[in-house]
Ligand binder design. Structure first.
Ligand code: NIG
Ligand code: FE
Length: 419
């Protein structure tokens, strides 16, 4: 059965035959195509047609059709959340309260809170418990327009618990229609039992965990938290090389609190994406530009929900785009630095705080987010043959209404594979 969204006020990021780009960079982010008074056809999980209503011709043998009236509404490629930590034991609202009373994220982490707290809690959880919560969080994310989600491990920090997290993601892949991507983030923090022995823990991640996880096919990507007091640029280089030998691209947490070489190591490692980037020197932006000019830049990914929640600088998204670069946006959904999966809010923050235009924000949440996962040939724009991950808005005045009404959920329906 074909599903047709018709009489749409607008259809954004819609590309005719083979014209859909791998990502949008610089000024092109603001120039993504829009069709007014449009229709969109989905069948068998893919997009099978779209265009202006006026171009719809009566068919000799019309297919069985489910028609949805889109009057006053827009259809957009559904959001893709390319960076989350969506498997976790429970929230850390007590740390939030401590921070509101003056403690810093670093102080809480140094006192055994933060990532280590989440690791301790997760150790005691069963796969079934984690899975149930993950599925609930995924359906919450879907209600605000998200169709596809990347999910990291990294609250395990031991072979058994990292495998547990990744197996939970694997099970979720078979239980939801939403496309999910699993990332091994063993190098997220040094666990308590390795206190003062970062190198020894890193060797375990590199020599034992990574090969076991790759052998079981449990990860699509590998990640590392490259930051002072966490892991070094040199460790990033080594992990990236080992991951590449297993056919796993690197996505890296860099420049969240300091600019200390993680970005450059990621560029040298041909990472797929560099995420966070709250602290960027002008040299960092230049290095990223040079990498893109040379044809092998990582996708920069900004996480404005984390900036809001930790009250740290916003990624200089405006400067990154003005330098001719692409930019993707993601939630970073996790219990410590960004406890929200709401990409509608991320879109608002990207506009309000990073000075992106509404269309630039949308490109960051869709086609560029798909590129940050290496899947922009499959999803992230409206094009015939692409997977039908599409969101239908509630009645709105125009595209800008969506990030304008910050904190509101203006999504009426999120189609995943056309359903
Ligand atoms: O992306 N920066 C590292 N990891 C997470 C935070 C993890 C936590 O606090 O639980 C992040 O912000
Ligand atoms: Fe993160």
């Amino acid at each position: 059965m074909r599903t047709r969204l018709e009489n749409l006020d607008g259809l954004a990021l819609a590309y005719m035959e083979d014209a859909s780009p791998a990502c949008l960079a610089g000024k092109d982010m603001d120039r993504a195509p829009i069709i007014q008074n449009a229709y969109l056809d989905m069948e068998g999980g893919t997009i099978v047609g779209f265009g202006p209503m006026a171009s719809l011709e009566p068919e000799a043998h019309p297919p069985a059709l489910r028609r949805i009236d889109g009057r006053g509404r827009w259809a957009l490629p559904a959001f893709i959340d390319s960076h989350t930590h969506m498997v976790f034991a429970h929230e850390r609202s007590e740390e939030f309260e401590m921070r509101m009373r003056g403690a810093t994220y670093a102080e809480i982490a140094a006192a055994g809170g933060g990532i280590l707290h989440s690791a301790k809690a997760l150790e005691a959880c069963s796969e079934a418990f984690l899975l149930e919560d993950l599925l609930r969080r995924l359906s919450q994310a879907r209600s605000s327009g998200t169709a596809a989600v990347e999910i990291k491990s990294g609250y395990g920090l031991s072979m058994a618990s990292e495998l547990k997290m990744l197996r939970v993601i694997q099970q979720a892949k078979s239980l939801t229609r939403m496309p999910l991507f699993a990332t091994f983030l063993g190098a997220h923090a040094v666990p308590t039992r390795f206190q003062g022995q970062r190198e020894a823990y890193f060797e375990e991640v590199l020599q034992e965990m990574l090969p076991a996880i790759a052998a079981e096919g449990l990860a699509d990507f590998v990640d590392i938290f490259c930051e002072e007091n966490y892991f070094t640029p040199n460790e990033l280089l080594r992990l990236a090389e080992a991951a590449r030998n297993h056919g796993l691209p690197l996505k890296a947490h860099v420049n969240q609190f300091t600019s200390s070489g993680g970005l450059q190591a990621s560029i040298a490692s041909k990472a797929l994406s560099v995420d966070h980037l709250e602290v960027m020197t002008s040299q960092d932006v230049t290095d990223l530009s040079n990498a893109w000019s040379a044809g092998s830049g990582p996708m920069p990914v900004a996480l404005p929900g984390c900036s809001l929640f930790l009250d740290i600088p916003y990624t200089p998204g405006r400067s990154i785009i003005d330098a001719g670069l692409p930019l993707a946006l993601a939630s970073d959904f996790n219990p410590g630095s960004a406890p929200s999966s709401n990409l509608m809010l991320v879109w608002s923050l990207a506009c309000h705080q990073m000075k992106l235009s509404p269309m630039e924000g949308l490109a960051g949440l869709t086609i560029n987010a798909a590129a940050a996962l290496g899947v922009s040939h499959r999803m992230g724009s409206i094009a015939v043959g692409k997977e039908a991950h599409v969101l239908l808005t509630k009645p709105i005045k125009g595209l800008a209404s969506l990030p304008y009404h910050f904190g509101e959920n203006l999504i009426e329906h999120t189609f995943v594979f056309g359903q």
